[in-house]
Design a protein around this ligand. Structure first.
Ligand code: GLA
Length: 744
């Protein structure tokens, strides 16, 4: 719609609109008194949470960043001492840098005006503070080019209790023709430290979220994605930035940042000539020039960040508290333990086999059965990944009585029923492909190129959005008792071209952005229609794990790699930014490891199963059943507790982490051996109440196995447990140990 209307705006509309534009409504307020006691001039802007403060100010009309750091007595992160803020505006860097005037480094924003002038100068106009709740205050700062009707509003939403700031920009102009935006960062933050240590979360299919930490050298380092739909496959849009020295879990200054965007992103770190670091976070401008019509608003996605003066652990806890309240759908509500048939059957099933799996699900005590890929398509049956995608009708051969029969059979067993869809994609061997070739992203004059034998549908096209929404809506209308969906997306963009954008006269470079906007429109419709339907976010594993998508999803599938040893590392990586309640962790047949190890690894997240239980020995089956009961008795600590990473699998033989309930009355300690060494060591805890007395118990032990920990059965104060720790003894055939500590 917006693109069509671009062409037809008239000058008179610009003039009317120019009187109304929101920037005029923002006031340049008088002397500011901040609750923390910081008093500043009218142009000193303090954005703060309980422990963090971002101070901006104007110099010669330009918005500068003066300070980012602890809001009380913390060290100055940027070069301006807080005490000096009201007085002398000294050395500082732009809060949102522009191209073409005096900026010698990367610009947060760049455009060329209708008269060909390539420069942008943004001058402070005013600001407004909106108290959205006891927790949330949004500060809007308006900027304008003195020579052109070109406006930017910077939005800073501060979450006081969670110590998180969400920052984004809205861009608008009233020039006489569309302007091309070349750069459009969500945030541009500056740092002044001796050294900068960047931790990135890199990977690939089945190897997501591998941590790498490097010291930034002079020049530019970019973390980005150009993959379009499955954007996070090689790199998650999240990072940790330590200042001065590499931070640990408990020490050092660190900023944790993540971009809430499910498409191409760019996180750019530029260490300049003076050793200052300029960070730009936003949608990837690479190949994404965007034509902005007069009087249309371009809204960037939000960049979320939290600052910790006491290491990475606190940064994760901040973000995850925020996520449980605001970033993941219904994260205050319980989740279901599920049995998925993917690794149990792959495409090889029929309704009898499925009903038999329902029996197993009931017998074992899981809440929900999730039917994966392979249930649909008739002309080109979905018996492998090379056919049927797009044809969302039950396959008559496998499911002669349809999904209604399956939901009824599951209900008889008191098991809920969920189903897999991949509605954004199409196989060339499908009826959808035959019917709607114009819905497919492909180049008009080059051969099609396939990845996993499939192509991507053009979500910039509203007709495709209707179709994609209709896949879920249609299933729900026909089978309202479906209790869960898994939404998959197994292909990135290659050879992408939208005939819809061509038709409406928009440049192809807008496709990466318009695709994601179309996707979010569908997600929003899904949630308008089915506000609390649990949906797992999956993208061939973790190809789309970000806070753009997660507010619409209850959980995500971190990786198709379910080998428990690999999962320790993968889940460890996600744990820096994403809460355990959303992190699906399934026990499967993958990896030659003890069942206990597999169960213990799954228990650190949202536990589920993907296996044939009939292949288990009776004692293993008993162990699984007991394990599910155990998990259900402690799941609230995993889901709602504060995470403390204690020993990193990247640094030794052992990974240890714990969850501490908010009232500090219950604590879970997970330990995993990640090499074949035998390890005997003490693991000191963190985050306990030093004066509370905790009884230590080892849980999820196979029958007749005694805990080897001398602390088991005894009571210690929190102070003792944090000082001395719990002694564990692990070896190749007993690779994990889980402890529950309860206040006496
Ligand atoms: C992707 C998902 C898997 C499974 C398959 C089905 O790879 O990540 O969990 O659903 O698709 O084809």
């Amino acid at each position: 719609m917006m693109n069509l209307s671009k062409k037809y705006r008239t000058l008179s509309r610009f003039l009317v609109a120019s009187c109304l534009f929101s920037i005029g409504a923002l006031s340049a307020s008088a002397r500011v008194t901040h609750p923390t006691g910081v008093t500043g001039r009218a142009d000193t802007i303090v954005i703060s949470t309980s422990h963090t403060m971002l101070v901006l100010g104007t110099e010669h009309g330009h918005l500068r960043q003066w300070y980012l750091g602890s809001n009380r007595s913390g060290k100055i992160v940027y070069s301006k001492a807080l005490d000096d803020v009201p007085g002398i505006p000294g050395q500082s860097l732009p809060a949102y840098s522009t191209f073409g005037t005096d900026n010698l480094f990367t610009a947060a924003i760049r455009t060329t005006h209708t008269d060909g002038n390539p420069s942008l100068d943004l001058v402070y106009q005013g600001r407004q503070e909106i108290k959205k709740s006891d927790d949330i205050t949004e500060t809007l700062i308006s900027l304008k080019d003195p020579q052109y009707p070109f406006f930017v509003i910077l939005h800073y939403e501060a979450y006081r209790n969670e110590d998180v700031i969400r920052q984004w920009a809205t861009i608008r102009h009233l020039e006489t023709a569309p302007l091309t935006l070349y750069n459009f960062a969500s945030a541009n933050l500056n740092f002044h430290a001796k050294n900068y240590w960047l931790t990135q979360f890199h990977g690939d299919w089945a190897a997501e979220m591998q941590m790498q930490e490097t010291r930034l050298s002079a020049g530019i380092k970019i973390l980005d994605s150009k993959l379009g739909s499955r954007a996070d496959m090689f790199q998650n849009p999240s990072f940790l930035l330590s200042l001065d020295t590499a931070s640990t879990e408990t020490t050092g200054e660190v900023l944790a940042g993540t971009l809430a965007w499910s498409g191409n992103f760019q996180l750019l770190f530029e260490v300049d000539n003076a050793g200052e670091l300029r960070l730009h976070a936003g949608m990837n401008p690479y190949g994404s020039e965007y034509s902005l019509a007069p009087d249309s608003t371009f809204t960037t996605p939000a960049f979320l960040f939290t600052y910790s003066a006491s290491g990475k652990g606190q940064a994760s806890r901040n973000l995850e508290r925020w996520a449980r309240k605001y970033g993941v759908l219904d994260a205050d509500k319980p989740r279901m333990v599920l049995l998925n048939n993917w690794e149990a059957t792959y495409f090889d099933f029929d309704e009898n086999k499925l009903v038999h799996l329902f029996d197993e699900a009931k017998e074992i005590g899981v809440d929900l059965f999730l039917l994966d890929d392979g249930w649909f398509a008739n002309k080109y049956p979905r018996n492998s990944d090379n056919a049927g995608l797009g044809d969302w009708q039950e396959n008559g051969k496998k499911l002669p009585q349809g999904i209604g029969y399956l939901t009824a059979e599951a209900a008889k067993r008191n098991v809920k029923f969920g189903i897999w869809v991949e509605p954004e994609m199409v196989n060339p061997k499908s009826e959808l492909y035959e019917r709607h070739p114009e819905w497919i992203l492909r180049l008009p004059n080059r051969p099609e190129s396939y990845y996993r034998n499939q192509l991507v549908l053009d979500l910039s096209n509203p007709a495709v959005q209707d179709f994609v929404f209709g896949v879920i809506d249609g299933l729900m209308k026909r089978y309202p008792s479906i209790a869960y969906f898994k939404w998959d997306c197994n292909r990135m963009f290659t050879d992408a071209y939208s005939s819809h954008l061509q038709l409406i006269g928009s440049p192809q470079s807008e496709l990466p952005i318009e695709y994601v906007r179309g996707l979010y429109k569908v997600f929003a419709r899904l949630r308008a229609g089915y506000p609390h339907l649990p949906v797992m976010l999956c993208s061939g594993g973790g190809g789309r794990v970000d806070y753009g998508a997660l507010p619409y999803f209850t959980e995500f599938w971190p990786s198709d790699n379910t080998n428990p040893l690999n999962r320790v590392f993968i889940q460890w990586g996600y744990s820096y930014f994403f809460p355990a309640i959303a992190t699906c962790a399934h026990v499967t047949g993958s990896g030659d490891y003890p069942l206990k190890f597999k169960m213990d690894v799954a228990m650190m997240g949202k536990m589920g199963f993907d296996m044939q239980f009939n292949k288990l020995k009776p004692e293993e089956l008993r162990f699984v059943k007991d394990g599910i009961r155990t998990y259900k008795s402690i799941e609230d600590i995993v889901w709602q507790g504060d995470l403390y990473r204690l020993l990193s699998p990247y640094e030794g033989n052992l990974a240890s982490l714990s969850y501490v309930s908010e009232d500090k009355k219950r604590v879970l300690l997970f330990n995993y051996l990640v090499t074949d060494a035998s390890v005997q060591t003490a693991v000191p805890l963190q985050g306990l109440d030093p004066v509370k007395r905790y009884r230590v118990e080892e849980i999820n032990l196979p029958a007749a196995t005694k805990s080897s920990s001398p602390e088991t059965g005894h009571v210690f104060t929190g102070a003792e447990l944090m000082r001395t720790g719990i002694h564990i003894s692990l070896k190749k055939d007993l690779r994990s140990a889980v402890f529950l500590l309860r206040e006496e």
